[in-house]
Design a protein. Structure first.
Length: 136
């Protein structure tokens, strides 16, 4: 059985093609987030905006993550962990190698590398602000 709302083409005829997506993470300390992403996950700071910075972008290869300062947590404490609320999903060509790279860097994992029931190999990293980042 098919659902016409789900089974429609992935793009309207003549519609514009989507090129990428940039998830936005809400963080309490921009500098601490930049340090985590650069030192632990191998990202580079593309830019920081504001004095002091309240917005920025991190990049690694084709992946981009935007970070936005907030004064208070966006989610109630513990909700993201209990519900596995992902902040971003990032795809790689070699998830096993990336997992080992992060493990050697001392990254704390919310979920170790595993094979999902649908066949994908995934792991989840928790950043200093509790954002859950899935790598697949």
């Amino acid at each position: 059985m098919t659902d016409p709302a789900i089974d429609r083409p992935n793009r309207a005829v003549g519609g514009a093609r989507l090129l990428s997506a940039e998830p936005q993470l809400y963080v309490g300390d921009i500098r601490a987030s930049c340090e985590f992403f650069t030192r632990k996950l191998g990202f580079a700071v593309a830019f920081l905006y504001g004095d002091p910075p309240f917005y920025g972008q991190l990049r690694r290869d084709e992946a981009r993550i935007n970070i936005r300062h907030v004064d208070r947590p966006v989610f109630p404490e513990g909700l993201r962990e209990r519900e596995d609320l992902l902040s971003a999903a990032i795809h790689t060509e070699d998830v096993e190698r990336l997992y080992e790279e992060f493990r050697e860097a001392g990254v704390a994992f919310h979920q170790a590398l595993r094979t999902e029931p649908w066949g994908a190999r995934t792991f989840i990293v928790k950043d200093p602000d509790g954002n859950l980042l899935l790598f697949a």
